[in-house]
Unconditional design. Sequence first.
Length: 199
Amino acid sequence: MKLLIATHNPGKLKEIRAIFDIDGLELVGSREVPDIPQVIEDADTLQANAIKKALEPSRLMGWWTLADDSGLEVEALGGAPGVYSARYAGPEADYNANNRKLLDELDGETNRRAKFRCVLALASPDGMVETVSGTCEGVISDKPRGVQGFGYDPVFIPDGHDQTFAELDPETKNRISHRARALDAARLKWTEMLREVAG
């Protein structure tokens, strides 16, 4: 059975494929499906965005669909950038611009505690949808470090480590990240159901 992974982000797709490996499921990314539109992420919570990103393409394609929305929540910034993480420095901002803005906002700040949060939504073609979530706590570094990963990975140091996500090898990140923890919860909650659907 094909399970649509509703993301155009190759980094996310690679991580999901590495962790959410279930017999009988072929994980297909949005970029691999012709003419599938990109869902506008205009909800005000990660959960609502994840649900929207799963439901819309599932109904359109008639496939079971998995989608995520993730955000970085920084204590000293009152939980920002949160649901606006991808467009923190503006709607057309890239990863570097978002990281620069974040570090500028934290200039001189001693409390650099932060957490990544991921919400995963699974939708069926008939409109059923369920969610799970995962978090990873850590601190924001004083400058970008490393070349792995994407997004805020170069500035996020997970608890128990002295390297940023962008410095850690992918196998280590995929054991401890917010997305890994959400995907672990997803495997526990949905594996049997998806195997039954796949026949």
